[in-house]
Design a protein around this ligand. Structure first.
Ligand SMILES: [Zn+2]
Length: 256
């Protein structure tokens, strides 16, 4: 890809920018895998969050579906529907449109996952080793055993009654690696990749602080009610909690 790069996405610096759903950019490379743009609002799969889908529109108004998005050495590559790549040339200005329903569901799911992980740590002392989301649900693997159904019911009840149906603010902040390492909480510095000097944190007021590059809602009230249940596919000596969104939400009709 001869060193083509995509600028850092605005949703990293500001959670609010995660609500933007259309943008213009210049085509900087067209490798066989797809189109690389100078900037992009499309989220590339990673961190347990699935890729955005959507559309790229050429200057002639031809609409080409984006079916997958990946980060490849500094470039965000938009994989297109079959036969779509021939529509794009380096230097062309294109419009990108995010599939908002899919993106907003990911924002709600990812925020739900952070909150459930925070509650599991706060109430039961169990850290999350892995988490992933797809469709309208997800799972988190807790590093330890949670016996019986009662603690899971309590977790679900507290999440719904205190957080997912009532607005608690969600924010992001950039801190240095050293600052992060000095912070207490469920996320340990061991989980950070080697060599990164600054850390993007997602903060849920009064309950959580977690390094994450994903997209999230601005208020936990946007998540709506969730169901939490044990998934027997969990690993040995760990507990897998699955969760699913119980409400359909469209989110704001335009960026807040
Ligand atoms: Zn996250």
């Amino acid at each position: 890809m001869t060193g083509a790069r995509t600028a850092d996405p605005p949703y990293l610096a500001s959670l609010r920018a995660g609500y933007d759903r259309a943008f213009e950019a210049t085509v900087v490379a067209t490798p066989p895998e797809g189109v690389v743009l100078s900037q992009s609002l499309f989220y590339p799969v990673g961190g347990g969050q699935e890729a955005d889908h959507g559309t790229l529109v050429t200057p002639d108004g031809i609409r080409v579906a984006v079916v997958d998005v990946r980060r490849m050495s500094g470039a965000v590559v938009h994989r297109l529907e079959k036969g779509g790549l021939v529509r794009f040339r380096i230097g062309m200005t294109v419009r990108g449109e995010i599939d908002w329903a899919r993106r907003y569901t990911h924002m709600r799911l990812h925020t739900a996952q952070h909150l459930l992980s925070a509650l599991a740590f706060d109430r039961y002392g169990l850290r999350t080793s892995e988490a992933a989301m797809s469709g309208h649900g997800g799972y988190l693997d807790l590093e330890g055993m949670l016996d019986g159904e009662e603690p899971i019911r309590r977790l679900e009840e507290e999440a719904n009654s205190r957080y997912f149906t009532q607005p608690v603010q969600v924010e992001s902040a950039m801190v240095s690696r050293a600052e992060f390492e000095a912070m207490p909480g469920r996320s340990s510095a061991k989980s950070l990749p080697q060599g990164i000097s600054s850390v993007r944190l997602v903060l849920i007021e009064g309950i959580d602080r977690c390094p994450c590059g994903g997209t999230h809602v601005l208020s936990t009230g946007e998540v709506g009610r969730v169901r939490v249940f044990r998934d027997p596919k969990g690993k040995v000596a760990s507990t897998r909690l699955s969760f699913e969104l119980l409400e359909e939400r469209e989110g704001p009709s335009s960026p807040p």
